[in-house]
Design a protein around this ligand. Structure first.
Ligand code: NAD
Length: 497
């Protein structure tokens, strides 16, 4: 069957060489290297992404510095109004944004809608900045007649670097809070699927943010290193793989910046014998195979405890085998492709390795063909049985639609595995026992705990992120943590005589 051409007009119009957005204008990058951005379901090139050099990052930072004084003196209520306008624009363009995400990333349209909704929610929460940014005070706090107060103040220019898997959402974990608190912002989206950020920046432009307050520079390694090293960037927010998170954390911190870096994950879903399998298996399927497993909160290790093992394996595999692969914009598709040919090969390589090391594929996603999309980067849902802790598939993040099935005797063993893992992004328990759930919540060392749900994704007003090698830093993105990350506290002690 012939390869389908499927790009919708909103994506076609961006086809070509992407521009940076600096100082309120769309400007050519001075890049000498460019990357192809493809639709992962078809392999079609939909844009060329400049790998911007240091000079482009510097131009964005200088635009931010020029804008900063006036922006920080803009009252919080007035700053909030830009976010109300942006929020309305995002609602008006909701379906268009979701379709861009689906075509550029490959995820199914419903998941794309979910991530755009999350992005809007972060804008909504940041619009509450007059309340969120308040300090506190104490009359006679220092001594009789001497009052003491704390003010939260912005620092200057911040930058944010995001991964491919949530191209609309992850930048929104940072920048609305950075900018609402009175800082300026330089975004560096993923070079693999930056189109939705291009469209969001068009909406940011329409919302009327003053030039230089919010800029975007496309690129990869060189742009990220320029961000880490730039003397006038006060802090860096990063989300991506653990390997790069560690590098960015160390490099940016060595230049005296405040840094928050989210890293990779290996999340365990543990099922106790008292769990209601018919209810929980669909939820586990969505955790493992949603966004083709390319979620930092995705379940990737499935553990049945004791007599839950056999029935869990059978029901989970039966459900997984029914998932319909296809094009993300087709509403009946349940799983799209992975992001790139290279990533497809990496995921398939992990399945090969799992088998070589002794795991048994109960469901094998290698070699799947999706009619009409033969050039797409598809991997079918895969279930590897008999995985043991020493196997590569048990230890490393696969970031694809692959479940590794472990067998364990009790909950203590599962918690010990979680706490030994170098990662600590998320962990979930399925049970009818409040006592077991409480025990799990208390002891498991992971930043997001799910009780009878497999994706415990913090809402915008709560902090998002993990522990151990899944997060470097102290203050997380979103919520109150974000307000603290993007401000510094100043104590004022006053005596009038
Ligand atoms: P990645 O680490 O390859 O890329 C992330 C960012 O780093 C991109 O903007 C990229 O341009 C930049 N980058 C890549 N190589 C670099 C280098 N050598 N030097 C400097 N910068 C570099 O990650 P990815 O593949 O885009 O995203 C997937 C990863 O993100 C997974 O590991 C996933 O678990 C993780 N993730 C974590 C969270 C979280 O909250 N902890 C959320 C989403 C994704």
């Amino acid at each position: 069957m012939a390869q389908k051409t499927t790009l919708l007009p909103e994506v076609k119009k961006h086809y070509g060489d992407l521009k940076n957005f600096i100082g309120g204008a769309w400007v050519e990058s001075s890049a000498s290297e460019w990357l192809d951005d493809t639709n992962p379901a078809t392999g079609e090139v939909i844009a060329r992404v400049p790998l911007s050099p240091r000079a482009d990052v510097d131009a964005a930072v200088r635009a931010g510095l020029d804008a900063w004084e006036e922006w920080r003196e803009t009252p919080p209520l007035s700053r909030a109004r830009y976010f109300f306008t942006l929020r309305d624009l995002m609602e008006q363009h909701f379906e268009e944004l979701a379709r861009i995400v689906s075509q550029d990333h490959g995820k199914i349209i419903d998941e794309a809608r979910g991530e755009v909704r999350r992005a809007i929610e972060n804008v909504e929460v940041a619009a509450g900045i007059p309340s969120l940014m308040m300090g506190y005070n104490l009359e006679d706090g220092a001594a009789a007649g001497i009052d003491e107060e704390v003010l939260y103040q912005p620092l200057g220019v911040f930058a944010g670097i995001s991964p491919f898997n949530f191209p609309a959402m992850v930048q929104s974990w940072f920048w609305p809070y950075a900018v609402a608190t009175g800082n300026c912002w330089v975004a560096k989206p993923s070079e693999q699927d930056p189109l939705v950020q291009v469209r969001l920046f068009e909406l940011i432009e329409m919302a009327g943010f003053p030039p230089g307050v919010v800029s975007m520079v496309h690129g990869a390694k060189e742009a990220v290193e320029a961000v880490c090293d730039h003397p006038d960037i006060r802090g860096v927010s990063f989300v991506g793989s653990t390997q790069i998170a560690k590098l960015v954390y160390a490099r940016a911190a060595s230049h005296g910046k405040r840094v928050q870096c989210g890293g990779g994950a290996k999340n365990l879903l543990v099922v106790l014998p008292d769990a209601k399998l018919d209810t929980i298996v669909p939820n586990m399927i969505s955790s493992v195979y949603g966004t083709a497993g390319e979620r930092c909160l995705a379940g990737s290790v499935i553990v049945g405890i004791g007599e839950a093992q056999g029935p869990l394996k059978a029901k989970f595999t039966a459900h997984a085998s029914k998932l319909k692969l296809g094009y993300g914009l087709d509403e009946s598709t349940q799983m799209g492709p992975v992001i790139s040919r290279k990533h497809q090969e990496r995921v398939l390589g992990y399945i090969d390795k799992g088998e070589d090391e002794g795991a048994k594929p109960l469901l094998d996603g290698r070699g799947v063909k999706v009619p009409g999309y033969e050039h797409g980067y598809f991997v079918g849902p895969t279930v590897l049985d008999g995985v043991t802790p020493d196997m590569t598939v048990a230890k490393e993040e696969i970031f694809g639609p692959v479940a590794s099935v472990f067998e364990m005797d009790d909950l203590d063993e599962a918690i010990a595995w979680i706490n030994r893992s170098p990662y600590g992004n998320a962990a979930s328990i399925y049970t009818s026992s409040g006592k077991a759930a409480r025990d799990f919540r208390y002891r498991a060392r992971a930043g997001s705990i799910g009780i009878n749900l497999g994706i415990a994704a913090a809402m915008a007003y709560f902090p998002f992120g993990g522990m151990k090698n899944s997060f470097f830093g102290d203050l997380h993105p979103q919520g109150r943590d974000a307000i603290r990350f993007f401000t510094e506290s100043k104590v004022v002690i006053t005596r009038w005589v």
